[in-house]
Design a protein around this ligand. Sequence first.
Ligand SMILES: O=C(O)c1cc(C(=O)O)c2c(n1)C(=O)C(=O)c1cc(C(=O)O)[nH]c1-2
Length: 243
Amino acid sequence: MTSAPERTDEAAPVWPADEFTERLRAVTAARYHDRHPFNLRMHRGELTPDELRRWISARFHYQRHIPVKDALVLAGLDGPEERRSWLRRIQDHDGTADGGPGGIERWLRLGEAAGVTREELWDASRVPPGVRFAVEAYVTFCRRRPALEAVAASLTELSAPDLMRTRIAAFERHYPWIDPAGLAYFRTRVTQGARDGAEALALVLARARTRERQERAVAALTFKCEVLWALLDAVDTTHGSGP
Ligand SMILES: O=C(O)c1cc(C(=O)O)c2c(n1)C(=O)C(=O)c1cc(C(=O)O)[nH]c1-2
């Protein structure tokens, strides 16, 4: 009979910053939704107009909840500097008080360019249940977990700029029926995503000072990849209007 491994009370050693960063990047390299079959079909130009519209509608449900989850994250941050940077994220999506458009408005314009009306995008009853569950899971995660984990979950954004560039090229090449002006959302996210990802990584590196916290950050990022994957699974397998 083999005996159970001996328990030690010694905490596992903290990963050096570069190794920790590598482990975080390894999560997205293996699990980010750029590898999802639906995204691959999108990039190859194989989606029908209806499939693309379905994706745009489903993803709007994600987009409209991003500032909600960012408000929850904001409440767990320390001090003006950290909160200011997170406040900017909310403005990036909701727009500024002086009327500057935000990401939500740009996504509505993407919908219009692809033939989905604003009313259709705002109508959550049209969103497939699996998409709603995935988005709800992300928001609830950020509501309940410590700021470190919520911020770590946002680190998928480290991979988002490359995906945006691929997506812009694919739309221009394969889906010319969508007015290129409608792609402004993706163009803006190339720089916003890179900046957000770098800031979030600095915050995670600063806060994860024990191995246990580092492992929680890796787990949070894994969870987020699963949210994005599940969302696309739901888009991929939904046909017609659903229940
Ligand atoms: O289109 C995409 O593939 C994609 C992915 C992600 C992401 O990696 O979570 C975000 C976005 N877009 C995005 O537009 C966005 O504003 C955003 C915010 C966040 C976040 O978790 O805080 N992720 C993402």
